[in-house]
Design a protein around this ligand. Structure first.
Ligand code: 3UK
Length: 546
């Protein structure tokens, strides 16, 4: 018998029609009891309505921008916005809705409104420029946009090149002033969530890729619930009294999970603030008495330095769990944060394709320099170039499978990310004798010099142990004699001089810390390093000739 067609509520079949063909999908693993999902599933019902319907609507849910909403408040606002989308803007299930704004309670309400109405949320990083917006609107054939008034100009510049995008509404900060808030205020606070299928797409997340057309990763209602059922209960182990805070935008799945889906899945609360640079995040943590923080390794490093300078100024005693992802966590950064706060960071590698973290270690099992072990629900191996699993200790390609996996929107690059049922993340890893997964570099970033294979991040980790180094990035640059040499770009801490003596000091330091052949033959001092909005070092920009 052919498998029954899964239930779908999508009237607009755009996403369904553009899923990868079955033979290009990764293998999915649903063996755990918590990963048995019903055929009918709307994740907004599970994450938001459930609390109100069970009499817990009075629990604190989301704060920020001067607002303090309970679960009942967030649901009412999301319901009203869902009515605006459906009744005023003609949204039908399966339509794509662009969401634009810095993290805020209103952005969270818009996200839930789209999902409740059976729409597909398409996040966009706040700093995107018109031409980047055009690319994602075109790729996802976005029909509606909910955009913060402050970001309206850039979207307006994009509109003439976006024929699919017919409806745009602006919002402000949730307390009137915005066109969306005004329309929402006129609507009743109830809404019947669309009875979507577990395998209906509810999210298209674009990768923070650096070149070419952006890749849209499609995620089902089921995928969002699966991500809440794996890493959070097994590794993070937060509870309903926790107050989440952090820097990643909701348009980045690290932020969507950590700052919205995960706290709501356990009845906890979240703080969504606009300013999330390290010097703003510290006072926000103190102000909101935050207990769980999500941010990138560089942000922990910068915050540790701030705390070191004026210990009394920031009272972050409420903090109890700190999560790092997006980039490898250098051992030196883990140590600095522990020194400053007493907290052992929970590192985890995730990807937009797999939605969230799939290898990680909790506080008790954290090991400096290692990412951790596969999260319950996921399997991970290291493969050689022949596609066979490598013995422990050998560097190869990280391959992962679990309840979530890569589903690119109509993209031939699906065949690069998924091979033989495995998701290939593009990372070079090894498994050590204890079974811990140890990050080396992005596969493309391994530096081949004089016959050696050198991982830039290992050299970075060594330099970051030196007290003069605030930040650094290490890449291979062309060299006539050796083909390529290791070059370090270094941002110094205040009070240190980037002169020839400092070059020598850092080179000698590297030679004493790691195998001498890996030391940076060239060092250039910079005021800052190029990073993406998701906190990743843009190594390709360091490789470009100045
Ligand atoms: C790198 C890491 C070492 C790695 C992400 C958590 O970063 C996320 O998604 P992206 O699609 O990038 C994925 C790539 O980033 N990476 C991420 N975390 C780590 N490398 N150690 C880490 N802890 O190259 C990976 O392939 O932007 C992270 C949750 C959701 C996410 N989307």
């Amino acid at each position: 018998m052919p498998p029954a067609t899964p239930h779908s509520a999508h009237v607009d079949g755009f996403a369904r029609d553009r899923l990868p063909p079955p033979h290009e999908l990764p293998e999915f693993l649903f063996d755990r009891p918590e990963l048995q999902f019903p055929d009918h599933l709307n994740c907004a019902t599970e994450l938001l309505d459930r609390w109100v319907d069970s009499g817990q609507g009075g629990r604190l849910c989301v704060q920020g921008h001067g607002l303090r909403w309970t679960y009942a408040d967030l649901r009412a606002q999301a319901n009203r916005i869902a009515r605006v989308l459906v009744e005023d803007l003609g949204l039908v299930p399966g339509n794509r809705v662009l969401l634009r704004g810095a993290n805020s309670p209103m952005l969270a309400a818009c996200w839930f409104a789209v999902v409740k109405a059976g729409g597909i949320a398409v996040g966009s990083m706040p700093l995107l420029r018109a031409r980047e917006l055009v690319a994602i609107v075109d790729k996802a054939q976005v029909s509606h946009a909910l955009c913060h008034a402050r970001l309206a100009d850039e979207l307006a510049l994009a509109l003439p090149a976006c024929p699919s995008l017919k409806q745009v509404l602006h919002f402000a900060d949730g307390r009137g002033g915005g066109e969306l808030e005004a329309r929402a205020a006129a609507k009743p606070a109830d809404f019947a969530n669309v009875d979507t299928g577990a395998q209906d797409t509810c999210l298209i997340a674009f990768t923070s890729g650096t070149t070419g057309v952006p890749k849209g990763t499609m995620h089902f209602h089921r995928d969002l619930m699966a991500s809440c059922a794996c890493w959070p209960p097994h590794v993070l182990r937060a509870n309903g009294d926790d107050i989440f805070i952090g820097s990643p935008p909701l348009a980045f799945t690290f932020g969507l999970g950590g700052l919205l889906l995960f706290p709501l899945s356990i009845g906890a609360s979240t703080v969504l603030v606009e300013k999330t640079a390290p010097d703003a995040l510290l006072p926000a943590m103190a102000q909101f008495r935050a207990t769980v923080c999500f941010t990138a390794p560089t942000s922990y490093r910068a915050m540790a330095a701030h705390i070191g300078q004026n210990k009394a100024q920031h009272d972050i005693a409420s903090l109890r769990k700190c999560v790092s992802a997006g980039e490898a966590l250098p051992a030196a950064t883990r140590a600095l944060w522990k020194q400053a706060t007493g907290i052992e960071i929970i590192d985890g590698i995730g990807s937009t394709e797999l939605l969230h973290i799939f290898i990680s270690a909790d506080e008790a099992h954290a090991r400096p320099g290692a990412t951790g072990v596969p999260v319950p629900g996921y399997r991970a191996v290291v493969l050689g170039d022949d596609g066979q699993e490598l013995p422990r200790g050998q560097v190869g390609r990280l391959a992962v499978k679990g309840p979530t996996g890569c589903k690119y929107l109509d993209d031939p690059r699906q065949a690069n990310y998924v091979r033989n049922g495995w998701n290939l993340t593009g990372d070079a890893y090894l498994v050590d004798d204890d079974g811990q997964f140890v990050y080396q570099a992005r596969t493309d970033d391994m530096i081949v010099t004089g016959g050696y294979n050198i991982a830039g991040p290992e050299v970075e980790s060594a330099l970051l142990l030196h007290p003069a180094v605030a930040e650094c990035g290490v890449v291979g640059v062309p060299d006539e004699a050796r083909g390529r040499v290791v070059k370090a770009f270094v941002v110094l801490r205040p009070g240190f001089e980037g002169d020839a003596a400092m070059v020598k000091t850092l080179q000698d330091f590297a030679k004493q810390t790691i195998a001498p052949y890996k030391y940076p033959r060239q060092i250039e001092f910079r005021a800052s390093l190029p990073r993406t909005e998701t906190g990743k070092l843009q190594r390709f920009r360091l490789r470009e000739p100045a």
